[in-house]
Every structure is written in C-alpha cells, then in structure tokens.
Design a protein around this ligand. Structure first.
Ligand code: GDP
Ligand code: MG
Length: 570
C-alpha cells in the first residue's frame, strides 16, 4: 500500500467523552464492521472493559476508505482515558502521526483532556479537536470551542462538532484525518525497522506483537532479530487488525499490524523494542520511558496449593501488561506470594479482575501503599545497603528511624477542573491532603483549572471520592482512623482465647487505637458447691494469674481468614 495514502492516528480523550463510540462509527463508515444497532465499543474486547464500560487496553484497527477517488489505509488506535493507563496512550502515540482529541460538548475540557493533549503535543503530532455529544440537551459546543482555544491555543474553527452516538458529521472526521494528518515518513526500500508498541499473549500462538513499520517490509518466513535481546526468530504470520487479526502476505513501511514469530517467553517481546531483518541491523528506534509503578500491594494465593497456577497467571498477564512490576514476597500469615507494583488503584483493580476472569485465579490483595525512600544516616549503613537512599515498597521493610536522616515520599502534579463555586471547598480539601497549590486559571467564565502538588499517599485511595462528595472536615490525622478500622476488623475476626487480647495500633511508640477481645471465662468454680468464699476467691485469683502468664507468654494464633479480612481492601 502506498505510504502517502496511509494515515496512523489515535483517539484520545478524558474518560467517557466518547472515544470508543467514535471508533465504532469509523469502523462502520469504512465497512470494517457491519452497521447494526449493537455496535457498542466493539474495540473494548476484554470482559473487564465491557463490564466496567472503560477501555483498559489500546486497540488497533486498520480501515480502508475511499476519498476523492483514492483508496486510503487508516490505522486507528483507540486508547484508554483513565490516568492509570496513560502509558498505553503514550505507547500508541509513538506509532502515530496524529490524534483525534475528543471533548464532550457538555462537560468540556477535563483533567485527562489536558494530560492527553500534552502527550500528543510533546510527541509533535497533528491534533484534530473533535467536540462530541452535540446531541445532548445541555451540549454547549461553542463554549467548549472557546475552552480549546484558550487552553490549547488551537483555533476554534479547527474543531469538528459531531455526535458519535448518532453518527452526525462523522465523515468530516475521516476527511480531516486524511487532510490534516501527514502520512508516515517511512521507506519500503530501506531495511526493516519495526517498533513493537504493544503485545498480547495468546495461549496457543504465543506472543502477538503489535508493530509499526518505520522502514522496510516483513513477510512470513523472514528471519528477524530483536534489538533488545539479539535473539533471532522466524516470522510465522503477519497481518493487519481489522479489528480482528487478518493475515496478509506482507507488512509494509508505514503500516501498523501484528506479527507472530514464535516468541514464547514473557521476556522476549519487550514493548519498545525494535525488530530488524537478520544480517541487516539498523539503529534501534527510541524506546519508551518505562512506566513507573506507584501503587504497591501484596498478592497471595488464597491457598498455597494454587501458588504455581497463580505464578503462571501473573507471568502471562504481565506480558499483556508490562507496566506491572513483580517482586517475590512472603508473609508469615499468607505464605509465599508477590508484591506487585501498579500505575494506580484502578490499574490494580483491573489487574486483579483480569486474573480472576481470564486466568481463573483468585487472590488475596493487601491494602495498597506507595513507595517511600529513606535516606540512610551513616556510612556504615550505606555500605550495608549498598545505597544512600533505599526505596521501600513494602511497609514491613520500613527501616528504623535511628538509621534514617529523612524519609521521602512520592508527589504528583494533579489537575482539577471545576465549576468555580466549588473552588473554595476544593482548596480546603487539597490543603487537608497536604497539597501545595501551583497554578489556578479560569478556562472559561465559570470553570477553574487548579494545579496542585499532592503527596501521592494522600490521594491514592479515596481522594477522588472525597473530591466528588466534597465532604471536607478532614482535620483529624488519617492514621487514627486507619488504625481504628484495622483494630476493629481484627477484633471482629479473632477468635476468643482463654485470656484477654489487646489489639493496638501504634504510630512509632504511640498507641493510637485499641480494641479488646474478651476472654472466655472457664468456670473454675464449677466444682465448688456451697459457700466457702475464701476458697472461691483463691481459685479466681489463681485463674487471673494464670491468664496473666498466658497473656505474657501465649502467642495468639491468628487464623488466616482474620488476616484476609483485615488486609482485604474492600
Ligand atoms: P470513552 O471512555 O471515551 O471510550 O467513551 P465511550 O465511547 O465508552 O462512551 C461513553 C458514554 O458516552 C457511552 O455511554 C456512550 O454511549 C456515550 N456517548 C458517546 N458518544 C455520544 C454522543 O455523541 N452522544 C451521546 N448522547 N452519548 C454519547
Ligand atoms: Mg473507551
């Protein structure tokens, strides 16, 4: 296919602004799928995506379109909108020359619109703003057009106003893709240079790599080399995604497609890798900044006999999702398991759900934490740890205060867009979360964009909910409420013993919460009939002493489901 008639583009937007729905219409218009009532987010193939109504994984589709008498090949990549998956967006963008930036005509520019715009802008892609949902009663496309002018400095008349749901004006989107996005700068005559921008794992066929060809061609039977591992493979199959895999004879420079080459091992198909032909080495393409996990949680099999199953499930799923960081871990209570790093809480939940749904593995997930750093206080310690700063991803490994000069915590720059009547309340909420204000700007007459530097720990779990409900009053230190909840849960889950058990949550040496599990009282007086009160007193006293001793020496056997109850996030 001629390179000059090829266009590679992504659809990017805030969550729910209509990316996947627009993709449906583009697939229909170009005949890739039949036009029926039932086409709802057809590119969202994963069960988790369909259930949650969100896109988690970027999806590619190659479309053919006739425009002014010429046949064009349009490679579309639908991307997720949620902040946790923005690494999927940036990877997709590396295979593209342009983007459709979709903005909801009612909601206007939202935080992820801004973030995604900058990803495309920094990648120097052509940006086509698309104002969607003009059919909504409260739609105000003119206002959104002005926001786009103000925030992104894009002339308002470049905005295309559509309804993806009804299909209104969607042809002009395709026309703009052809007119405004340049064709890839790729040359078939050069030696093969293919970027692996995504990969999925198929149980039967092994690794399926999504590739963008920057130069050359590749076909079945070719010998290819991974620049990363220097391993050689024979190509078994190449093809385009239409949106399902459709084998072709060849893939050409400028195309986006898939390639299967007998890569079996999880480490073989590195995302960001460059593939070239055997004996025709090329300069590797710039890879990707690897995704940085920011939320860590322990993952354990519910039963240790399932350890190996879970291990292989995690290995396979991490191939489909290489942004998950995997460390081995073990816990006295839960046995052998892993500590996994995720990009955010939604990412963690989605990973867990995929383990269950796609690999039939059920797991115990512990409360998520963020990574901290500790700066060590002495040369001796630095030698011992072989580092000045140690990263702590597991709270159980927090080094003692005496060893540390300071602790460092991760911070994030957050963008909040809000109607201005809430600005005051939101500022209070941010302050309560130890955030530092960086910027404030009106994006239209009554909408404000705020930028804050947040300690990640303060926002990772429930900030979004608080922001939505705006119930401030967070004056109390969070440690107290967390400590109290855990103590209460333990109290409810621990079986009673012969002695009283105190459950305490401590912050350093300070006790911040306490609950008591009452003792069973064995009736030591059962055999005392009649009235010798002193004897009764003696027996009770002995019982109390015995209990005291027991409490001191006795270990409370904590049953496993108590741990599960306490550690489970819900
Ligand atoms: P994505 O998260 O950006 O991929 O958004 P989706 O395509 O999943 O759409 C989110 C919701 O908006 C769905 O319920 C769609 O039916 C709805 N939606 C998408 N486009 C339109 C539109 O043009 N008009 C209306 N009224 N709803 C739309
Ligand atoms: Mg979507």
């Amino acid at each position: 296919f001629p390179v000059e008639n090829t266009r590679n583009f992504s659809i990017i937007a805030h969550v729910d602004h209509g990316k996947s729905t627009l993709a449906d219409r583009l697939l229909e218009l170009t005949g890739a799928i039949d036009k029926t009532e039932n086409n709802k987010q057809v590119l969202d193939k994963l069960q988790v995506e369909r259930e949650r109504g969100i896109t988690v994984k970027a999806q590619t589709a190659s479309l053919f379109y006739n425009y002014e008498g010429k046949q064009y090949l349009l490679n579309l990549i639908d991307t997720p909108g949620h902040v946790d998956f923005s690494y999927e967006v940036s990877r997709s963008l590396s295979a593209c020359q342009g983007v459709l930036l979709v903005v909801d005509a009612n909601e206007g520019i939202q935080a992820q619109t801004v973030a995604n715009f900058f990803l495309a802008f920094e990648a120097q892609l052509s940006i086509i703003p698309v104002i969607n949902k003009i059919d909504l009663k409260n739609a105000d496309p003119e206002r959104v057009e002005k926001q786009i002018e103000k925030v992104f400095d894009i002339p308002g008349d470049e905005c295309i106003k559509i309804s993806a749901k009804l299909g209104t004006n969607v042809e002009s989107v395709l026309d703009a893709v052809i007119k405004r996005i340049p064709s890839p700068k790729a040359h078939c005559r050069n030696p093969l240079r293919a970027l692996v921008f995504d990969s999925t794992f198929d149980q039967y066929r092994g690794v399926i790599a999504n590739v963008a060809l920057f130069d050359g061609m590749v076909s079945k039977g070719d010998k290819i080399v991974s620049a990363h591992t220097q391993k050689t493979y024979e190509v078994n199959e190449v093809g385009v995604l239409n949106p399902n895999e459709q084998p072709t004879h060849k893939l050409y420079a400028g195309q986006v497609g898939y390639l299967i080459a007998g890569m079996k091992d999880v480490t073989e198909a590195q995302i960001g890798d460059t593939l070239y032909l055997h004996k025709q080495p090329v300069e590797p393409l710039p890879g990707f900044k690897s995704a940085k996990p920011m939320v860590f949680a322990g993952v354990f099999p519910i039963d240790q006999s399932e350890y190996n199953n879970l291990k292989s499930a995690i290995e396979k799923l991490t191939l489909n999702d290489s942004s998950v960081m995997v460390h081995r871990d073990s816990s006295l209570a839960l046995g052998a398991g892993w500590r996994l790093g995720f990009l955010g809480l939604l990412h963690m939940e989605v990973f867990n759900q995929r383990l269950e749904q796609e690999y039939n593995a059920s797991v115990i997930l512990t409360t998520p934490t963020v990574p901290y750093k500790a700066v060590l206080s002495s040369a001796k310690l630095i030698k011992e740890y072989r580092e000045k700063e140690i990263t702590i991803i597991n709270p159980a490994q927090f080094p003692d205060k005496s060893k540390v000069t300071e602790y460092l915590e991760p911070v994030v720059l957050g963008t909040i867009i809000t109607p201005d009547e809430y600005t005051g309340k939101i500022m209070m909420l941010c302050q309560a979360r130890r955030a530092v204000q960086k910027n404030m700007m009106y994006i239209d007459q009554n909408r404000v964009m705020l930028k804050y530097l947040f300690p990640l720990n303060e926002i990772v779990v429930d900030f979004y909910d608080s922001l939505k409900s705006l119930s401030s009053g967070y004056a109390r230190d969070k440690a107290y409420s967390v400590g109290k909840t855990i103590c209460e849960r333990l109290k409810d889950s621990l079986p009673r013993q012969l002695f009283e058990i105190a459950i305490q949550a401590a912050l350093g040496s300070k006790i911040i919460a306490r609950e008591t599990v009452k003792a069973y009282r064995k009736n030591v007086l059962a055999k005392c009939y009649g009235g010798d009160i002193t004897r009764k007193m003696k027996l009770l006293k002995r019982q109390a002493e015995g209990k005291k001793k027991l409490r001191k020496v006795g270990n409370v056997e904590v049953p496993k489901d108590a741990f599960i109850k306490v550690l489970k996030t819900q």
